[in-house]
Design a binder for this molecule. Structure first.
Ligand SMILES: O=C(O)[C@H](O)[C@@H](O)[C@H](O)[C@H](O)COP(=O)(O)O
Length: 271
């Protein structure tokens, strides 16, 4: 039998790194998931502000908008004055369209917290999609002047039942985009067809990435992403931060088919 002490030190460290790299945390429902998500945001915000004076957060749409907004607004003394918020992807519709992710966050969150307008990096939805992507690229470069690819402190992602994340869809050429920070997409299989999206080099540069995925419609794809041999066929499986943390925060219905070991936190859990 080989004891851990007999492994070369690098193997032990690598094993630990692999084990520590991805944490799959399962909650009975989004009611229990929400407060832990809010705690994760605040903990990474506190760490970021003390280390470099601001907290950069990338947001996604879908059910995340209401889960995150509700939980953050429930926190006492929420201070977002040093937050810089961007969008992992955005639908190219006007801000007052119910499909606009920015519009939803504005009404549910931004209008109720003290984030400065200058801290919200939005697309210009009046531009054609290619120019919109260039304009948003310029805004991100200005916000992250020292980085080849913007290094966000935390990115919050969702995953569709087809395994897409951001607006990076299965079998789409954008999955291979290696140079752009932001890419336009005009043929999104999920409406609306025109969107802009962060690319994988940006997503995987983040200090911390957290997926939030709930509901039984995610069970099959979640198993494929976390356990399957299909691997990179699912865009969400390509989210492997180069040196950052990766969390999957899911509920029991989404986790129903998993056989890997997961964490089941008790109350008061901190991530
Ligand atoms: O732009 C979009 O069409 C949505 O933002 C979409 O990408 C969403 O994030 C996922 O489908 C997960 O959504 P749920 O968390 O609501 O399942």
């Amino acid at each position: 039998m080989v004891s851990a002490l007999e492994f070369p030190k690098s193997s032990v460290i690598q094993t630990y790194t692999l084990m520590a790299a991805r944490r799959v945390v399962v909650f009975p429902s989004s009611a229990e998931l929400g407060p832990v998500l809010a705690q994760l945001v605040i903990s990474r915000a506190t760490k970021a502000i003390s280390s470099h004076g601001r907290f950069t957060l990338g947001l996604s749409g879908g059910s995340l908008v209401s889960i995150l907004s509700k939980e953050l607004l429930a926190l006492p003394d929420l201070d977002c004055s040093k937050w810089v918020v961007g969008f992992c992807d955005e639908r190219l519709v006007s801000f007052d369209d119910p499909e606009s992710t920015y519009g939803l966050y504005k009404s549910q969150l931004f209008s109720k917290i003290n984030i400065p307008d200058s801290g919200i990096l939005t697309i210009n939805s009046s531009l054609p999609v290619n120019e919109c992507a260039e304009d948003y690229t310029r805004k991100l470069k200005e916000a992250f002047p020292d980085d080849d690819f913007p290094v966000f402190d935390l990115l919050l992602l969702g995953m569709g039942p087809d395994g897409h994340t951001c607006s990076l869809f299965p079998d789409h050429p954008l999955l291979e985009e290696a140079k752009k920070i932001v890419a336009p997409i005009s043929d999104s299989p999920k409406p609306p067809p025109q969107r802009v999206t962060m690319t994988f080099p940006v997503v995987n540069s983040a200090r911390c990435v957290a997926f939030v995925s709930t509901g039984g419609s995610k069970a099959t794809v979640l198993k494929g992403v976390l356990e399957g041999s299909e691997g990179p066929a699912f865009p969400a499986a390509r989210v492997v931060p180069t040196s950052g943390e990766l969390f999957w925060l899911v509920d029991d219905p989404a986790a129903a088919s998993l056989t890997i070991q997961v964490e089941r936190p008790g109350s008061g859990t901190k991530l």
